[in-house]
Design a protein around this ligand. Structure first.
Ligand SMILES: NC(=O)C1=CN([C@@H]2O[C@H](COP(=O)(O)OP(=O)(O)OC[C@H]3O[C@@H](n4cnc5c(N)ncnc54)[C@H](O)[C@@H]3O)[C@@H](O)[C@H]2O)C=CC1
Ligand SMILES: O=C(O)C(=O)CO
Length: 324
């Protein structure tokens, strides 16, 4: 009999068939406690999990005594209790690299949209306000040659730096847990302490994972340190930012504008004050959301699960030390 796994995200047919050639696949809508209670037997017997977003925590693991590998269709894994997985010898697989370039494109799109007020002026055109040649109340600010501060110089940060350096002639500052020699040699990026970066940068782009250390790393003090003309972009995770402090900084004109892909609460509640600010471009966590990249992420996650359950988690494993 094939080993049993739980799939809790829709997959393209060809990938589903690939998975079914290795496993008995139980397709469930999510990993909520109600779903687990309703399908207790399936959870009790599954050796693998494949999906994204839902919490994979201690409570779930207690219902899955046979679990050997969890494969998330994402690079971020802040929804997963990795310590709990380690304690049970469960491997965690993720999808770095395949989405890097697409997310970097999204960051550039947010920088351009916020700086050139693309969404705001397009809405004014739709509303019939373009009745004569435009004046300064339609103008934005330049992106090219402005100073970019990247907070989180990892795979995606590096791809943003490449675009900014070659495409827009932007001097680049960065902050990360460690120096990034490639960013420094290829894109002339300069490592800075966070406060120095915030004081100097015209654009501040966050591409950080959500961890205990980065949780609420950006609040009132950080926004107050930025230039009044600064444009803030967050494409990492919402809870890295104190959203109330961001809203206050935008309302008071302490920073100029924001381009946001991620939020404290997703989906973003429709009554969020962010949505009534004209200087905010808010998009629904589309960082990796192209047809090509979402397919590649799903394919990567399928292969990751097959590799992990074959005992070959050489690539894309967050916790290889958990292997028994
Ligand atoms: N908006 C979206 O759709 C997407 C968001 N993401 C987010 O972007 C994150 C980064 O992805 P990658 O670049 O692939 O990860 P990565 O692991 O290659 O890079 C992470 C960077 O953050 C830095 N970092 C971590 N903790 C830090 C701290 N306390 N202070 C300063 N720097 C710190 C690291 O030093 C590293 O430079 C993911 O973890 C995920 O949360 C990723 C993909 C899509
Ligand atoms: O991969 C991730 O971490 C995302 O946020 C979605 O692509």
């Amino acid at each position: 009999m094939k080993p049993s796994i739980i799939l809790y995200k829709a997959l393209p047919d060809d990938l589903l068939h690939r998975l079914e050639s290795h496993f008995t696949v139980h397709r469930l809508p999510d990993l909520r406690p109600e779903t687990v209670a309703q399908h207790a037997q399936i959870f009790a017997s599954a050796v693998g999990l494949l999906g994204s977003g839902d919490a994979v925590d201690q409570a779930l693991l207690e219902k899955m005594p046979r679990l050997r590998a969890a494969s998330t269709i994402s690079v971020g894994y802040d929804n997963v209790d990795v310590d709990a997985l380690n304690a049970r010898g469960v491997l965690l697989m993720h999808t770095p690299t395949v989405l890097t370039e697409t997310v970097a494109d999204t960051v550039i799109a947010l920088m351009l949209s916020a700086a050139r007020r693309v969404v705001e002026v397009a809405e004014r055109v739709r509303a019939g306000e373009w009745t004569t040649s435009i004046g300064p109340d339609w103008f934005g600010c330049d992106v090219h040659h402005k100073t970019l501060g990247i907070v989180g110089m990892g795979r995606i940060g590096l791809a943003v730096a490449q675009r900014a350096h070659f495409g827009f002639n932007m001097p680049i500052l960065y902050n990360a847990r460690s120096r990034h020699p490639e960013a420094e040699s290829r894109f002339n990026a300069r490592y800075c302490e966070l406060d120095a970066l915030l004081q100097e940068a015209d654009f501040v782009c966050l591409i950080l994972p959500l961890t205990k250390e980065t949780h609420r790393m950006f609040g009132t003090a950080q926004f107050a340190t930025m230039k009044k003309s600064a444009i803030f972009v967050n494409a990492g995770r919402g809870p890295v930012v104190d959203e109330a402090a961001l809203i206050a900084a935008l309302q008071r004109g302490e920073i100029q504008a924001a381009g946001l892909d991620v939020f404290d609460q997703e989906p973003l509640p429709v009554d969020s004050p962010l949505l009534s600010l004209p200087n905010v471009v808010a998009v629904p966590h589309i960082g990796s959301a192209t047809h090509e990249t979402r397919y590649n992420m799903a394919a990567c996650a399928v292969d990751n699960l097959i590799d992990a359950l074959r005992g070959k988690p050489e690539k894309n494993c967050v916790n290889p030390q958990a292997a028994k």
